[in-house]
Design a protein. Structure first.
Length: 131
């Protein structure tokens, strides 16, 4: 039963994190519509910070949520690290395959791993407190 809880925790954490990323992207693109795809590279490097700031907030929030949910359900911090790690890996692929400003890359590279660590830690703590 423990293995099943760990697997469910990782899958649930990843799914929630993915939902947070998608929601953040939709919100950001609704508030600040992006240009055509062929114009994205120039836009990403010249856009005002407020036009893009919701994106790293969504990515970091997603890592936190994924790690928290996975660790809470599984009762193991490492399950949170796995769920958050998969999500953050996908974020890093996105950041490096599509042009993004350096500040956004730096914020995500520093913030997402910290969010994973913190989310897994409080997730396990929440599970212990509930028991």
């Amino acid at each position: 039963m423990t293995v099943v809880r760990i697997i469910i925790g990782i899958v649930a954490g990843f799914a929630l994190g993915l939902g947070v990323v998608i929601g953040g992207d939709v919100l950001n693109h609704t508030l600040f519509p992006p240009p055509a795809p062929e114009q994205w590279a120039e836009y990403a490097l010249t856009a005002p910070v407020q036009n893009l700031v919701l994106l790293p907030i969504a990515y970091i929030s997603a890592a936190l949520a994924a790690a928290f949910v996975a660790a809470t359900i599984a009762g193991r911090a490492w399950a949170g690290w796995i769920a958050g790690g998969f999500l953050t890996g996908a974020t890093f692929v996105n950041l490096f395959m599509i042009t993004h400003p350096i500040w956004m890359i730096a914020v995500c590279v520093i913030g997402a791993p910290l969010a994973i660590w913190f989310g897994a830690r409080i997730g396990v703590g929440a599970r212990v407190a509930a028991a």
